[in-house]
Structures are given as structure tokens and as C-alpha cells.
Design a binder for this molecule. Structure first.
Ligand code: H2U
Ligand code: ZN
Length: 347
């Protein structure tokens, strides 16, 4: 047995330069903590009170069209607005602030209120990926926008305000903290090694096969060596793709396929609507080349042992550094073992 399976150790996240503490020996400790209610997966195809269903009125009075595919609109309660404020950049001693213009969009994956990515067909997910490509391309030509963050909060446990399948797109003037860290690490790796960090990382992971969950012709889903959340995963293209707007039509279909396969495995793990926050990291749209950037998705799910027992990032995690008990290798094996046929679609 390798030391990494049994002894406490720290692992370096090569993408951020931050460490995670791994304590495999703690997995047997007793649990008397919170039990969450398992949400009923049965939902109507159309919910007259849903602000995202076709034809319904939204909270600010606008009415959704009777859409039949994907549907994107400007967030009615946008955290960022395109107008530059009068703030610009201010420094008053240690008090430093700057303006942050940007745009927020909401994208409905389907007119069906009861669907989720794992229960949509690949043919239905392809237009979602196409919409992500289009939004990225469009924002990429806007001088004000330097980064496009696409993310999905799924499930009430992750703060999703509505079960209707949707994601958000926040396009910002600044490059946010997480992509800034990944940009610096990928850029430095390219400079030092003349190669892409994630191309090299993926080649290593494929040769070891310990943390791979599933793959198709163009994408791989794996539990990263440095994962923080119990069932955290990454989805990476095997080709050196920098952003959504570099994807070919074939890769678009493959991305739709791997997202479906991975989220089915997630749902099957505890036979529940598996909550997560997921999102894509891609090359900034600030005009620089960023040739070290390798496009990828991160999935951060909170569940730990069952549909009702989640991991809390508290205590040492908040004040010291992230910590996990179950190893990334064990998590990958669990996700690999479950079926890729959704439990609700089985006879
Ligand atoms: P979340 O489920 O991830 O919170 O996303 C829903 C978003 O939808 C949220 O950002 C927006 C909220 O501001 N929204 C509208 O734009 N219009 C509405 O009528 C309600 C919610
Ligand atoms: Zn709905």
C-alpha cells in the first residue's frame, strides 16, 4: 500500500499553487452530525410558478418567450452592470477599491422544468455547449470584457434558486481570483518547460489510470490528484484547447457526451439528484495569447457519504487549508464503479 493511501500528507494543486491536506486514516471516524433532507426528484415538466419555464413571467415582470430549445437572457438581478461607475480606482491608505463593469446572463438548458444534464440526451446538450461557445465568442469581442465565467449551481444544497435546468454566465472586466491563479501557474509552466501544464498532467493521469473516471474521443473526466471536495472532478480536452471558441463541432458533441456520462455517475453514486457547483475555466478574453491556457471544467460537489451527508468546509479548512479524508483515488474508483445508465432510466 502506498503511503498516499494511509498516511496524512499534503498534495500540491499544480493549477493554483495551493496545498490540500489528505487524512486517509480518518475515514472510519463516527458521524453524528447533520442529516439533510433528500429532495424528491419528481418534478412536473412545466411549473406555472417557475420564472424560467417558457411563457412565464419573471420576477421583474419580463415574460419568457415560448422557447423550445435553449434560452438565454440578461440576469434581472445582475451582480455586474455594463455601465462604468464613477468609482474607477480609489485608494485611501489601506482602503483600495476599483470599479468592476460586467454582464450577467442566465441560460436555460431546456424548456423542460423536470430535466437535468444527466437526464437530457446528448442531442439536447449539444445546443447548450453551442450556446456556451456563442456567449464566449460574443463577449470575447467586447473590449470591456476580459473574462467569461460560465457556471452551474445545481441543487438547493449548492444555492441554486430554482430546479429548472440553467446556468449563469458572468462576464467581467477583471480576471477573477481563481483564473488569475491558474493563468499564472500555466503561464509559468509553459515558460519553464516549453509545454502545457495540463497536457503534461493529463498524459501522466492517463498513464497511471488511477484517477480516471471515464473518457471519450476528445475528453477525459478524472478526480484531480489535488482534489479538495470528496467527489471533485475535472473534465479536460485531450487536445490543447484554450477556450470554448476553439472547440470544433466534433469536440462540442464529445463535451456534451462526457458531461452527460459524468453527471449520470454522480446521480448514481447516492441515487439522488447530485448537487454541485460546476464551471469552465478558459483563456481570458483580454486580447493576450495565453498559449499556456488549457480549457477545462471543475465540478465541486458537496456530498460525502450519502444523499444526506455533506462535507462542510469549516474550521481548519476555513482558517488553515482544505482537508479531505477519502482519497482522490478512492473517490475515482467509486465513480468508475457506478453504472453510466441513470438509475431512474433502469428497469
Ligand atoms: P441560480 O439558481 O444559480 O441562483 O441562478 C438563477 C439566477 O436567475 C439568479 O442569478 C436570476 C437570479 O438573479 N433571476 C432572474 O434573472 N430573473 C428572475 O425572474 C428570477 C431569477
Ligand atoms: Zn421551470
Amino acid at each position: 500500500m502506498s503511503l498516499l493511501d494511509s498516511a496524512s500528507h499534503r498534495r500540491l494543486n499544480q493549477l493554483t499553487g495551493e496545498w490540500v491536506l489528505v487524512s486517509p486514516h480518518r475515514t472510519s471516524r463516527p458521524w453524528q452530525g447533520q442529516i439533510e433532507k433528500v429532495r424528491d426528484a419528481g418534478r412536473p415538466r412545466y411549473d406555472p410558478s417557475c420564472y424560467l419555464c417558457p411563457g412565464n413571467e419573471r420576477a421583474n415582470g419580463a415574460r419568457n418567450p415560448a422557447y423550445s430549445g435553449v434560452f438565454a437572457f440578461d440576469n434581472d438581478f445582475a451582480a455586474l452592470t455594463p455601465q462604468a461607475s464613477a468609482l474607477d480606482f480609489v485608494q485611501d491608505g489601506l482602503f483600495v477599491a476599483e470599479e468592476e463593469p460586467g454582464r450577467c446572463r442566465v441560460l436555460c438548458f431546456s424548456p423542460r422544468h423536470d430535466l437535468t444534464l444527466p437526464r437530457m440526451s446528448v442531442e439536447e446538450i449539444v445546443p447548450v455547449v453551442d450556446a456556451w461557445r456563442e456567449e464566449t465568442t460574443r463577449f470575447g469581442t467586447d473590449d470591456m470584457i476580459n473574462y467569461v465565467q460560465i457556471f452551474e449551481n445545481r441543487g438547493a444544497a449548492m444555492g441554486a434558486s430554482n430546479p429548472h435546468p440553467h446556468c449563469q454566465i458572468w462576464a467581467t472586466h477583471s480576471i477573477p481570483n481563481e483564473p488569475v491563479k491558474e493563468s499564472a501557474r500555466q503561464g509559468a509552466y509553459l515558460e519553464r518547460n516549453g509545454a502545457c501544464l495540463l497536457c503534461d498532467y493529463l498524459a501522466l493521469e492517463l498513464s497511471r489510470a488511477e484517477r480516471i473516471i471515464c473518457r471519450n474521443d476528445h475528453f477525459v473526466a478524472l478526480v484531480p490528484f489535488w482534489a479538495i471536495w470528496p467527489f471533485e472532478t475535472m473534465v479536460l480536452p485531450t487536445r490543447h484547447v484554450g477556450a470554448f471558441d476553439d472547440l470544433t463541432d466534433e469536440e462540442t458533441r464529445s463535451l456534451a457526451d462526457i458531461l452527460k456520462r459524468l453527471t449520470i455517475r454522480y446521480d448514481n453514486l447516492f441515487e439522488t439528484d447530485f448537487p454541485y457547483s460546476m464551471g469552465f475555466h478558459q483563456r481570458p478574453t483580454d486580447g493576450a495569447r495565453h498559449s499556456g491556457w488549457h480549457f477545462h471544467a471543475h465540478f465541486y460537489p458537496p456530498l460525502l457519504r450519502s444523499a444526506s451527508v455533506r462535507k462542510f468546509m469549516v474550521g481548519f479548512e476555513m482558517l488553515g487549508e482544505p482537508q479531505r479524508d477519502i482519497t482522490p483515488e478512492t473517490a475515482a474508483a467509486r465513480l468508475r464503479e457506478v453504472s453510466d445508465i441513470h438509475y431512474l432510466d433502469r428497469d
